[in-house]
Design a protein. Structure first.
Length: 407
């Protein structure tokens, strides 16, 4: 007889259906086998002859495991974000380059491992991670060791505005995708660092290999200024780094072209999108591109109000990311949801939870296993504990408790 754990809790928030008071989720080692109110779940299971282990969590709220759609774990050792609140992205990138200069392969791997541990300890079960060359999925991310039980999608970051380097970038991308593990994607870095021909090459390969894509787009006003008038702080930064190539910028260097390129593939994520206009948002909706919103990173840079409500109105799949500890004090996704609830009071709490669970799972292509509490989904579920009998299913949006993964 199969052994079934029955997790009974004050609240069950399946995301795919309304909150359940005094509910239960029944799981086997790898699958959800029942969800509902406590009495009916126990009644149903008692007729199956299964060996039941009933666990009482009288004050807890059970949620799907959280999905963090965008991180850079190589910065997980940082104790505080770089720079100061309201810093411009070009100035912040100069700080990032400084940190990179102090990192070797061992410290990078240690940082990634500490990031994975932090994600797991705050209830995250799947992550979309930007990995930088040189990196190997097995060694740096313990893909085969299954430590912390987090599903990882590793997007290899690619950038250059030097067309002579395109064959080399192509070989690196192919080598990344040829690693023997699941969850491998590609990340054309950003408009200011990625030549449109490199972007096209990456999108072509991603389509050919059915690999997911993630690109930082429309993140700052300085990025738009660079693309529109070849001026501003990004020009100064690129000059300082010795990589400014004015003649490498042409008609195809536009947010519109990048959206069209990403839209050629059905597994594209546009990260940030802080400064997209309404026509571009409509096009993103038509092309079914996922947008990744990083709320606390957005706040760190002091950007204008995020067009979240409009994106949701247009039916865009919006996933949530922490981004890295270089622009965020920690990797706790629940804190991102709490900030959304403070800064977007008109977005319903059930929608906010779905952004950090179901929408993230869709974005990473792992929604068969993650994102909702439904029969047949995986058993990686999240718990938010309280010390009292909460009457509101959304109490945790104003609380301080971290989520954890049910062990
Ligand atoms: Zn990022």
């Amino acid at each position: 007889m199969p052994s079934v754990r029955v997790i009974c809790a004050n609240w069950i928030l399946p995301v795919s259906s309304p909150p359940i008071r005094n509910g239960a989720v029944a799981i086997t080692a790898d699958q959800i086998v029942a969800v509902g109110d406590r009495v009916s779940v126990l009644d149903t299971l008692s007729t199956t002859g299964s060996d039941l282990a009933v666990e009482e969590h009288p004050h807890a709220t059970i949620i799907p495991g959280l999905i963090n759609a965008h991180t850079h774990l190589e910065f997980s050792h940082l104790q505080a974000p770089l720079g100061h609140k309201g810093i411009s992205l070009p100035d912040w990138i100069a700080h990032v380059m400084g940190v990179r200069g102090e990192t070797d392969a061992d410290s990078k791997r240690d940082s990634i491992q500490s990031g994975l541990k932090e994600l797991y300890e705050t209830g995250t079960v799947a992550v979309g991670e930007i990995s930088t060359f040189p990196t190997t999925a097995v060694a740096d991310y313990s893909i085969d060791a299954c430590q912390f039980h987090i599903h990882k999608t590793l997007f290899l970051e690619q950038l250059t505005r030097n067309l002579e380097l395109l064959p080399q970038r192509g070989a690196e991308a192919a080598a990344h995708l040829n690693q023997r593990c699941i969850g491998l994607g590609l990340s054309p870095h950003a408009p200011y660092s990625t030549h449109p021909d490199l972007l096209k090459q990456i999108v072509d390969l991603a389509i050919e290999r059915n690999a997911p894509l993630a690109m930082h787009v429309a993140e700052t006003k300085e990025e738009l200024e660079l693309l529109e008038s070849r001026s501003g702080k990004f020009v100064e930064l690129l000059q300082k780094l010795g990589v400014w190539k004015a003649d490498s910028f042409g008609d195809k260097d536009s947010i519109d072209n990048i959206i069209e390129q990403l839209g050629r593939h059905n597994r594209s994520m546009l990260v940030h999108g802080n400064y997209l206009n309404d026509r571009q948002l409509q096009r993103i909706s038509e092309l079914k591109i996922t947008v990744v919103f990083c709320p606390r990173t957005h706040a760190w840079f002091g950007h204008d109000q995020y067009p979240l409500a409009r994106m949701l109105e247009l039916g865009i799949n919006v996933a949530i990311g922490t981004d890295s500890r270089a622009s965020n004090p920690d990797l706790n996704l629940l804190e991102e949801l709490r900030l959304i609830s403070q800064t977007h009071p008109n977005v319903l709490p059930e929608t906010i939870l779905s952004l950090g669970t179901r929408c993230g799972a869709i974005a990473l292509g792992v929604d068969q296993r993650f994102g909702t509490l439904e029969i047949g989904k995986g058993s990686a579920i999240g718990v938010i504990d309280s010390d009292k009998d909460e009457h509101d299913p959304w109490w945790w949006l104003t609380g301080k408790q971290a989520a954890s993964v049910l062990r």
